[in-house]
Write a new protein. Structure first.
Length: 206
């Protein structure tokens, strides 16, 4: 997978693309991360737990606990919430230019962080269909904490490995789980969006 990394005053940004991966597979992934956390980054991830599990049809507001150790040697026991688009500042939503997205807020490093209304930073993952598969972007946007350019590049290295591994495991895992019809154990949500900037909203999620 080819990636391009850029930085600006708002954060660090990665452009990427995949052959053989569909938008529906990536939509499915965000409600089923516990099935794939170790595959997503085998070198740096530990198993994922849900503090607030996603609901079938709507993962917004879910909080996952994602322990991981990045290339700088720092172990992070991250509490991450999938954000309501209506709650986000327009300058964050302005970065969404593709047809599907999730915006994750980093809350902190322990259960007490779930009471934090404002994340220390945001991670936007967005994607859309192409003739060969998908094209997408991942953005690390400042929140309460402003990352240095070096910190942004540490994240970019980690994220590029995650996104790259979608091409390795996601089509197979998605198809294997199609036999599980119980949505308690195999939820799905359409993460397509409409509108731009201030008016950005999910097409199928209230």
């Amino acid at each position: 997978m080819d990636v391009t990394i850029t930085q600006d005053a708002m954060g660090t940004h990665i452009d990427w693309q995949h052959e053989g991966v569909t938008p529906k597979m990536i939509d499915w992934f965000w409600s089923n991360m516990e099935k794939a956390m170790l595959l997503w980054h085998p070198e740096e991830h530990e198993p994922l737990l849900w503090a607030v599990p996603p609901k079938h049809g709507n993962p917004v507001g879910s909080i996952h606990i994602a322990p991981q150790t990045w290339s700088d040697g720092t172990r992070r026991n991250l509490y991450i919430r999938l954000e309501r688009l209506a709650d986000l500042a327009t300058d964050v939503k302005n970065y969404v230019v593709y047809d599907h997205c999730v915006i994750a807020g980093g809350l902190g490093f322990g259960p007490e962080s779930m009471n934090n209304p404002e994340p220390f930073g945001y991670r936007i993952h967005q994607w859309q269909k192409t003739d060969f598969g998908v094209v997408g972007k991942s953005n690390a946007i400042h929140g309460k904490k402003v990352d240095t350019p070096d910190e942004g590049m540490v994240w970019a290295k980690h994220c590029a490995q995650e996104i790259g591994n979608w091409g390795v495991f996601l089509p197979q895992l998605y198809h294997l789980y199609r036999v599980v019809k119980n949505t308690t154990f195999n939820p799905y949500a359409d993460l397509s969006v409409i509108g731009q900037g201030r008016d950005l909203r999910y097409k199928c999620i209230g």
